[in-house]
Write a protein that binds this ligand. Structure first.
Ligand code: ADP
Ligand code: MG
Length: 293
């Protein structure tokens, strides 16, 4: 059940709209339907002319956790990277179709990708702290944005608290981030993303390099962050998707008979509860019950 997210006070006031309650997407269970953050229509990504993933239509709503699941190579990371224009950085990648962020075409030439990446932060599979102190890792983005000393210390503390890391590191902020455990490093990367005051957090298999205890901490953290950030997580782990997400997108692949090439596509996008109890598509059912590799 989705709790009602709070609107970030300073997040795009001109684009803010009201929360609609009582609308239902499923007859039995009423849910809060918030406004769309991302809407895609016919979204495809090509690598050097080959369509790696095609025809993705989905709406990601504010304050929800959306999980992308599906077997390896079906395009989950590729679609995720569209949401903060990271595919721009991959040579040979081209995006087709529509993708809007708060009603603005994200691929409009007037849109600044650097600003997009500040508003839409990303956390990767392997924790990637900078070889700098814990403090400097978190202060990095705000410094670039012009924050000065007293304010920086506040931002660093606030971000580390939000990432459930403050108590563990408050006495060693000047030590290198490279000495932290993997789970701590991943929470540091989340703190670093949060410090730039994003609206969205994209997480690409953020727990796959972590042990079960560190994974549970990140999952708890995601639930805590949900009210404030819209989160999209790619996960290999269906139990994780079932545990943390409100909405689940299942991606599958189509194999060409001619040349055996595989193209990913969105098979089903549904409420997580529904997806894991009574999916609408047989292919989803096969996947979640393990009848498909
Ligand atoms: N940088 C890249 N250059 C060329 N092909 C890529 C690149 N990244 C991914 N692909 C291809 O796109 C398809 C989807 O990959 P990816 O999005 O990584 O899938 P997933 O995250 O679901 O495992 C795969 O066939 C993969 O080989
Ligand atoms: Mg991937």
């Amino acid at each position: 059940m989705t709790n009602q997210p709070t609107m970030k006070p300073n997040a795009f006031p001109s684009l803010a709209s009201t929360i609609h309650t009582g609308e239902t997407r499923d007859e039995e269970i009423p849910r809060v339907v918030t406004e769309p953050v991302f809407e895609t229509t016919g979204l495809s990504v090509l690598y050097s002319g080959f369509r790696a993933v095609k025809d993705v239509d989905l709406t990601i709503r504010r304050g929800e956790i959306t999980a992308f699941i599906g077997s390896s190579g079906c395009g989950k990371s590729t679609i995720l990277r569209c949401f903060n224009r990271m595919n721009d950085l991959i040579e040979g990648a081209a995006v087709e179709g529509q993708l809007s962020y708060r009603g603005v075409n994200l691929y409009d030439p007037a849109v600044n990708p650097v600003e997009v990446r500040r508003r839409v932060g990303m956390v990767f599979q392997k924790p990637n702290p900078f070889p700098k102190s814990i403090f400097e890792n978190v202060a990095y983005g705000p410094k670039l944005q012009g924050a000065k000393k007293p304010e920086l210390a506040e931002i660093v503390e606030r971000s580390l608290r939000k990432a459930a890391l403050w108590d563990e590191v408050k006495d060693r902020l000047n030590e290198s981030a490279m000495g932290m455990s993997g789970g701590q490093q991943q929470r540091l990367c989340i703190a670093r993303a949060i410090a730039s005051d994003p609206e969205v957090l994209l997480m690409d298999e953020p727990c796959s390099a972590l042990d079960p205890i560190a994974t549970a901490r990140i999952e708890d953290l995601m639930r805590e962050l949900r009210d404030e950030y819209t989160i999209v997580i790619v996960t290999h782990n269906m139990q994780q998707a079932a545990r943390v997400s409100d909405m689940t997108a299942y991606f599958g692949v189509e194999v060409s008979e001619e040349d055996d090439r595989r193209t990913g596509m969105l098979v089903e996008y549904n409420r997580t509860e529904k997806m894991f109890s009574n999916p609408e598509d047989q292919r989803t059912e096969n996947y979640i019950t393990g009848r498909f590799g």
